[in-house]
Design a protein around this ligand. Structure first.
Ligand code: SF4
Length: 113
């Protein structure tokens, strides 16, 4: 997930100044259209595609591993918060020894929301 955020920030850091500089050379109404198209086409759309690929790649880990039922698992980052490592469908950082079922009220809220 960090990779998605990093490249989105990098694209934004290049696109926004370029669009700002372009403002000096073209008509204001055209500049607005180009700005919106550039921000969507260069920053937002690639970020959405990158995020979908990330979710697809980690779908099995998020939905059907021991970690997916553990209170120490952060599904948005596909990260074991206890060991600070990324589990996969074939790799559990704790090998199952530190598994804690989601059983607190907060965890149950996460499940049903
Ligand atoms: S403690 Fe173990 S079961 Fe829980 S998220 Fe981490 S690696 Fe997975």
């Amino acid at each position: 997930m960090g990779e998605v955020v990093f490249w989105t920030i990098m694209r934004a850091a290049l696109t926004i100044p370029a669009v700002w500089i372009l403002k000096e050379y073209i008509n204001y109404p055209v500049w607005w259209l180009i700005s919106v198209a550039a921000i969507y086409g260069i920053i937002i759309h690639p970020a959405i595609i990158h995020y979908r690929l990330f979710k697809e790649k980690n779908k099995e880990t998020i939905e059907s591993t021991l970690c997916s039922t553990c209170t120490n698992f952060d599904k948005t980052a596909v990260l074991c918060l206890l060991h600070d490592k990324h589990p996969t469908k074939d790799y559990l950082p704790c090998e199952g020894f530190d598994w804690e079922p989601k059983s607190t009220e907060k965890d149950n809220e996460d499940i049903f929301t």
